[in-house]
Design a protein around this ligand. Structure first.
Ligand code: DOR
Ligand code: ZN
Length: 337
């Protein structure tokens, strides 16, 4: 197959930032995705209806000034001590998910959750309100390659303690995580990024240090990547796409910031991965149908075209070094008008 047309995809995990950059990142995402589940780890964090409203309006204004329409899905951050009323305040402001960052696990997560018992009341409220709990599943106290696996018992506890809570384990990176998601009940699903499907720790460290490939959770081994590709191409509705596109300025990247800017090339990368796995017919389920189903949304009405054609990822896009800058990709994608 050299070309295909699919339902317009959604991105169920994206960082659009704030201030300079927001307009370009939001516009870039809108050129590819019908809906954007926007992460709340801005500064100050999104923890109230007021903050949520202001941020959503800023993102929507950026999208309106771009050529493509896209719907913003809001999330808020769970922080210790916020209380049930603050959670309900965010629910009333239209949030569709609460984000759980373990304290210190990643960018702007110092104010995150040290232990789930600290936010027991907040988690019970998220469950009662029927929202999704999105979890950055890493234990920052564990060795860096084992952080995701070390967090699985914490998720076991949350899933057991809140029997109706819908949970998304975000950006899977390991065999252990794939196995856990398959073992958990149907109310637990997972996002997988394009970079965790296409690359391994060797792209980050193998030849020379390539900070463009540095993200949390870190890229893992070929065996882990194979398990992720099997999950994504399996057709299971438990696995769907979230880019975790996380732009950082060149200065911040040079200083070691974790995050890959992938919005401009994620769909092209995914087409390559699914093509190599002989599973291009399953791409639409992964990027356009499974996530919408989990979040209770109808598929988008728009369409996306993909076709086989070589191109080289530019060194700079939107003021940021994109993932895989300088590498050749073999698929192109375009949102149809
Ligand atoms: O690499 C990452 N960057 N992982 C995250 O979880 C957060 C993100 C960011 O905000 O930069
Ligand atoms: Zn993220």
């Amino acid at each position: 197959m050299d070309r295909l047309e699919i339902t317009l995809p959604d991105d169920f995990h994206v960082h659009l930032r704030q201030g300079p950059g927001l307009a370009a990142y939001a516009s870039r995402s809108a050129s590819r995705f019908g809906r954007l589940l926007v992460m709340p780890n801005v500064v100050p964090p999104l923890v109230s209806s007021r903050a949520l409203d202001d941020y959503r309006k800023a993102v929507e204004a950026a999208i309106r000034s771009s050529p493509n329409a896209s719907t913003v899905l809001s999330t808020f951050k769970l922080i210790p001590g916020m209380g049930a009323d603050a959670v309900m305040d965010c629910v009333r402001a239209g949030a569709v998910a609460a984000k759980y960052y373990p304290a210190g696990a990643t960018t702007n997560a110092q104010d995150g959750v040290p232990d789930p018992t600290v936010i027991a009341e907040e988690l019970a409220t998220v469950e009662r309100a029927g929202l999704v709990l999105c979890v950055h599943a890493e234990d920052p106290a564990a060795p860096v390659m084992e952080r995701e696996e070390a967090f699985i018992p914490v998720l076991d506890g949350i899933i057991g303690r809140y029997p109706r809570l819908r949970v998304v384990m975000e950006h899977l990176s390991s065999v252990a995580a794939v196995d856990a998601v398959l073992r958990w009940p149907g109310r637990v699903a997972a996002t997988i990024t394009a970079h965790h499907l296409a690359f391994t720790v060797d792209d980050l460290l193998g030849e020379r240090l390539s900070v463009g490939f540095f993200c949390k959770p870190v890229l893992k081994t070929a065996r882990d990547r194979e398990a992720l590709v099997s999950a994504a191409t399996s057709g299971s509705p438990k696995f769907f796409f979230g880019s975790d596109s996380a732009p950082h300025s060149p200065a911040a990247k040079a200083a070691g910031a974790a995050g890959c800017y992938t919005s401009p090339l994620a769909l092209e990368l995914l087409a390559g991965v699914f093509d190599e796995a002989g599973a291009l017919d399953r791409l639409e389920g992964f990027v356009s149908l499974a996530g919408a189903g989990f979040y209770g949304l109808s598929p988008n009405e728009g369409r996306l075209r993909l076709w086989r054609s070589d191109w080289t990822v530019p060194a700079l896009l939107d003021g940021v070094e994109p993932l895989a800058a300088g590498r050749m990709l073999v698929w192109m994608a375009e949102r149809l008008p």
